[in-house]
Design a protein around this ligand. Sequence first.
Ligand code: NAD
Ligand code: 6OD
Length: 503
Amino acid sequence: MSVQALHPRAPGGVANARRDAAHFINGEFTQGTSGKNWINRSPLDNSVIGKVPEGGKAEIDVAVRAAHAALEGPWGKLSVAERTDLLGAVADEINARFDDFLEAECLDTGKPYGLASHIDIPRGAANFKMFADTIKTISTEAFTMPTPDGRGALNYALRRPKGVIAVISPWNLPLLLMTWKVGPALACGNTVVVKPSEETPLTATLLGEVMNKVGVPKGVYNVVHGLGPDSAGEYLTQHPLVNGITFTGETRTGEAIMKQAALGIRQVSFELGGKNPALVFADCDLDKAIEGTLRSVFANCGQVCLGTERVYVERPIFDAFVARLKAGAEALKLGRPEEPGVNLGPLISLEHRDKVLSYYRKAVDEGATVVTGGGVPQMPADLANGAWVQPTIWTGLADDAACVQEEIFGPCCHIRPFDSEDEAVTLANATPYGLAASVWTENLSRAHRVAAKLDVGIAWVNSWFLRDLRTAFGGSKASGIGREGGVHSLEFYTEITNVCIKL
Ligand code: NAD
Ligand code: 6OD
């Protein structure tokens, strides 16, 4: 049965829509057998979006067994061309149902349509297209070798699917981050069981309709909703028929999942937290640096793993930079997703707002100067119960302050002056995280020099979140394990068999 048919779209934007979610197991939408569910609430105003069933051991077992069986079914027998054609059709169908995905994503997250229609939904489709293209063109290595009898031997590598992949995804870019893993997993011939974030169940469910519509065989794409510990997330990672676990989320959750993955020695691919720096040199183009930093700090209400929370600015332009970033932050328009001109939504939940506000208080306790924000904005009455916070900028914190060291995941940053390139690099590298950084300079030599010294997986120069999907994506240190993107995804989603033929 169609999720859309169960819950027809209400007129008037996301405010009036109501939508329940369902598991999608072996090609069928189901409420499962646990009898448990929770209420999904809108971060805009805390109103009820709908019910979500909580999967337990039983639902996970059925889904994983369906995924396992599908490996041997029609899916496993498709040629690469047939498989990638199907994934191309998935991408086309996401685009054909763009408005449905947009509405579902903005219902769950409250993010502006302007953002989701430029990033979340197009990338949801592109993630299938790009990996379908990659897998068609990829070659494997071959080595000839001498042998004592003079006849030699030939080695060549075969890439084979890893099997059933558990995909555990977060709430900040729900469709984008889930398909970033499902796309390559399916392109490589695996099957998946997805456990979306409990905060954002709708687009993963909707994707089930797309899979059925274009004819992806039953059991290839499965979704089980639930929580993490002692719920669907933990049961999925512990299931013995799961062959690999790909996870995006908090570093602490990654630690728990890694322990779970140790059972049966399953490989993990982790995209974790960050405390990303921006380095703004006096020789930058200040207009570009301000525009880019406003995006990197405040986009998606600061809930982007790549987002900037630490800004280091060379002293001669420090005051001007702070003044202009403050003006930009204060010009951001908060409101409903569909409202024209809105570029800042709420945080994902009241619970997350409590966490962000606790850092807002802590910053003051730690001696920060609050340049702007620092609290809860005055919203119109119909949004007063939502998870809104003010865009916030601090200066004056010590380098070891909690607000400078710990990931907050909100629309906030600390700005600190520096006096030399070496100092800027040292400050940038001085956290346990190593995900991304932005460097703002018009000096080409400096750009190359600094980028090479940053302990991060992704270094942008004069840009932020500019993505070529063929490039390696991931973090170093506490920000992750492994890289995904282009051919790098194949390292995790395939197993290599080396065939050695004695001639
Ligand atoms: P989270 O770690 O709380 O949850 C992520 C997912 O893990 C959810 O689906 C959750 O239900 C599940 N989960 C929780 N405990 C589990 C357990 N013990 N076993 C199995 N599954 C479990 O993260 P979040 O709050 O949803 O997302 C925000 C975090 O994600 C931030 O730290 C952010 O930096 C990080 N993130 C990283 C990247 C990246 O690419 N590096 C991208 C997006 C988000
Ligand atoms: O662009 C991507 O592929 C990606 N994984 C982005 C992650 C953003 C984090 O919030």
